[in-house]
Design a protein around this ligand. Structure first.
Ligand code: SAH
Ligand code: SF4
Length: 457
């Protein structure tokens, strides 16, 4: 890299150069959240965001390793950056996050991608500003601590002024589901002080946020391990009282910890949306036991019934894995049966992916890829049909939509969501509708994942 230009910038009193950064986050909402905080730290070094990869002076990737396919995609992306670095040796490439946090992983990656300037895992984000500065001075930096020190947010809030924002209420996970690498790359579960969460939510709402998501790997266990006097249901109720918020969501709820108290709070709080992401993972009790999920399908379905009894019109979405080691055709059929009975409005479906260091990777009876593919196709076919039937039930009806902006696929359309988390698109009306407005849309057509309509008169 060009040491002179970076050091020039770092010298106080020099003219600040207009440095551009391109940021890409892979994986879950926590990874997106991290990338926003890292962006704020990089902004202190004079970088501003660009959407154009070719213009960037800094490329910052926050990575995911929850499945092999995610990791492969990211490694492909890092490989593509080699040519950019060759054409522009000044370019700074930073790769951080879950993928880097895996033990020993960086040893392999560094050999494959010597063009990366800074590698750091999730446990070292508090050092990010220093690490970036060292990389800007021309050092090749690798920082992957085996233990996590972080208990609080590692950067100032970077989402002010946005319509939609997310706030982490807790980090890490102690559940050790047999397939999952998250506890290893995000550390032990720890909850943020409720006062800190509330202060952040208040600041966001004051800055214009109307649509807020509370984040945690298992929000239902918020505060318990840390002995707080406030549990997640209490926290949600307090967040609901913050002035200015229109809609509140939370992910992820673990079925084993979904309390009646939380269900009551969902029903009682006017801004908490009628939607719950409640991952099933598998529909066979034998497989759920092997996954270490801590509930049976009967218990899961009882929780959904309790939720529907108390929160009228609530929608439920799910994550489902096919081909966990030892899953038989009969086990898989049970997954289809639960999907049929519960009626999810949306489900994220995955083939089991071996993650090194997890129990699932060591289990016998790994399922061949062709069987996993075939099961995934059948599951998706069923879920797509269920999703379509659900959305078709809206055709001819009016729905309330919070306008989020222009549709990604069609600039002539606006998009927003219902309180049940259904995406709605409609033509941009003659009189423009501001982002953040609540509008009524008359639904004319339905696709599996989207409602299409027009603004009501
Ligand atoms: N904490 C959340 C999300 C964890 S990761 C939860 O408990 O639901 C998001 C989803 O990825 C999981 O719900 C699971 O369905 C899927 N997943 C995790 N590890 C996986 C693996 N090894 N193979 C396939 N899917 C996996
Ligand atoms: Fe992974 Fe299970 Fe923790 Fe979710 S609850 S992050 S699936 S270990």
């Amino acid at each position: 890299m060009n040491l002179i230009s970076s050091c020039d910038y770092l010298d106080e009193g020099e003219d600040v150069k207009n440095l551009l950064m391109y940021i890409q986050a892979f994986g879950c909402q926590m990874s997106v959240r991290d990338s926003e905080s890292l962006r704020a730290l990089a902004e202190d070094y004079g970088f501003t965001e660009t959407n154009c990869l070719d213009d960037a002076d800094l490329i910052l990737l926050t990575t995911c390793c929850v499945r092999e396919s995610a990791e492969r995609k990211i490694l492909g992306r890092i490989g593509e950056l080699k040519a950019l670095k060759q054409n522009n040796p000044d370019l700074l490439i930073v790769v951080c996050g879950c993928m880097v946090q895996q033990p020993e992983a960086v040893i392999t990656y560094r050999k494959k991608a010597p063009h990366v300037d800074l590698w750091t895992g999730t446990f070292d984000y508090d050092l990010f500003a220093d690490l970036l500065e060292r990389a800007m001075r021309g050092e090749k930096v690798v920082q992957v601590s085996p233990e996590c020190r972080l208990r609080t947010e590692f950067a100032p809030n970077a989402q002010n002024g946005k319509l939609k924002a997310s706030v982490s209420v807790m980090y890490g996970c102690d559940n050790y589901c047999a397939y999952c690498i998250v506890p290893y790359v995000r550390g032990r579960e720890r909850s943020r002080d409720p006062e800190d969460v509330l202060a952040q939510v208040e600041a966001l709402a004051a800055g214009g946020c109307r649509d807020l998501t509370l984040l945690g790997q298992n929000v239902n266990s918020y505060g318990i391990k840390d002995g707080f006097h406030v549990d997640f249901a209490d926290l949600l109720e307090q967040v609901d009282a913050v002035a200015g918020l229109e809609r509140i969501w939370f992910v992820t709820s673990h079925p084993k910890d979904l309390s009646d108290k939380l269900i009551d709070v969902m029903a009682r709080c006017p801004h908490v949306c009628e939607h719950l992401h409640l991952p099933l993972q598998a529909g066979s009790d034998r497989v759920l036991r092997a996954m270490n999920r801590g509930y049976t399908t009967a218990e899961y379905e009882e929780r959904v019934r309790a939720l529907r009894r108390v929160v009228p019109g609530v929608t439920v979405s799910s994550d489902i894995i096919v081909g966990f080691p030892g899953e038989t055709e009969d086990d898989f059929q049970r997954t289809l049966d639960v999907v049929e009975r519960v009626g999810y409005t949306q489900a994220f479906t995955f083939m089991f992916s071996k993650r090194s260091g997890t129990r699932g990777a060591e289990l016998p009876d790994q399922i061949p890829l062709d069987v996993k593919k075939e099961r995934l196709a059948r599951l998706m076919e069923l879920q797509n049909a269920k999703s379509l039937a659900w959305r078709q039930s809206f055709v001819g009806r009016d729905v309330e939509v919070l306008v989020e902006g222009t549709s990604k696929n069609n600039p002539g359309r606006l998009m927003g969501r219902t309180r049940g988390n259904d995406i709605v698109v409609f033509p941009v009306p003659a009189l423009p509708v501001p982002v953040g407005e609540l509008v009524q849309v008359h639904v004319e057509k339905a696709r599996s994942w989207t409602l299409i309509g027009r603004l009501c008169d």
